[in-house]
Structure formats: C-alpha cells, structure tokens
Design a binder for this molecule. Structure first.
Ligand SMILES: [Zn+2]
Ligand SMILES: [Zn+2]
Length: 148
C-alpha cells in the first residue's frame, strides 16, 4: 500500500495555486510515482522538495516532461536554471529536485552573482557593452537614473 501523498504548497500563495492546478488536472495530479522522481536526474536522487525552476528548450527536451509537476508559464528570455545559459523561450515549471540537483541549480546562481549578475553574464548586455565601448558607463548611469 502506498502511503498517502503529502502535497507541499510551501505555505505560499503561488504554492497553493500550483497545488490547485495540479490536482484539477488529470495529467499533473500528484501521485506516488511523481513524488518519488527527481526532475533533474530522473529518479537517481530522492527529491527533497518541489520548487519553481526556469528551463530552456534544450534541457527540457533532454529531461522529458514526465516528472514535471506542472508547467507554470512561458518566459521569453532568461537564464536556464539547469545549464546556466541565457536563452530565448524558456518555460517556468514546478518540479521536484533531489539535493544534488538543487545544489547544481543554486551553483548556477552563485556563478551568476559572482560574475556580476545580469550585466556581466547575460550575452545580450555583454554585447551591448561591447557595442557602446567607452560610452557604456555613461549610457548605463543615464538609464539607471543615476546622474552624477
Ligand atoms: Zn536529482
Ligand atoms: Zn538549459
């Protein structure tokens, strides 16, 4: 006999909204099978919790959709939490991750912050800076409403 599935909303508004969407949908309804699968490594690790992640098409294609708890929304452009690359056409999903995969995801964020955040790691902003050369600092301080 399977244990009764515990559904974790994380105590947040978006959390309970996600749970709502899950349970109403035949396809995403939480069951024991999904509860036991880590989205990141497909069942090699024991999931420790559900979280919201952004994933690019390449990673999503590799991982398949079976263990996604629920797709939340589409993201036009951003950093993929799984490969750390900036891409177009990401998807925000709710999925369970094991401790290893959680750590892998948070490492992408650590690198991102260590490397200076969006302006230093995002290829779009990097190319903008190259394009504008020494005017860059001027443009940025103007754009940020930061006159000196
Ligand atoms: Zn994993
Ligand atoms: Zn990716």
């Amino acid at each position: 006999m399977a244990e009764k599935v515990k559904i974790e909303s994380g105590g947040t508004k978006i959390g309970s909204k996600i749970v709502d969407i899950h349970q109403k949908n035949e396809y995403t309804r939480v069951n024991d099978y999904k509860e036991g699968m880590c989205f990141g490594c497909f069942g090699h690790g024991i999931p420790v919790g559900a979280g919201v992640s952004d994933i690019c098409g390449d990673c999503a294609g590799k991982k398949g959709r079976e263990t996604i708890l629920v797709p939340i929304k589409e993201i036009v452009y951003g950093m993929c939490h799984f490969c750390g690359d900036f891409k177009h056409g990401l998807e925000q999903i709710n999925a369970r991750l094991c401790i290893k995969c959680t750590r892998r995801v948070s490492n992408h964020f650590k690198n991102y912050n260590r490397n200076g955040g969006m302006l230093e790691t995002d290829p779009f902003w990097k190319s903008q800076r190259r394009k504008h050369g020494k005017d860059w600092a001027h443009i940025m301080s103007k754009d940020l409403g930061n006159p000196r």
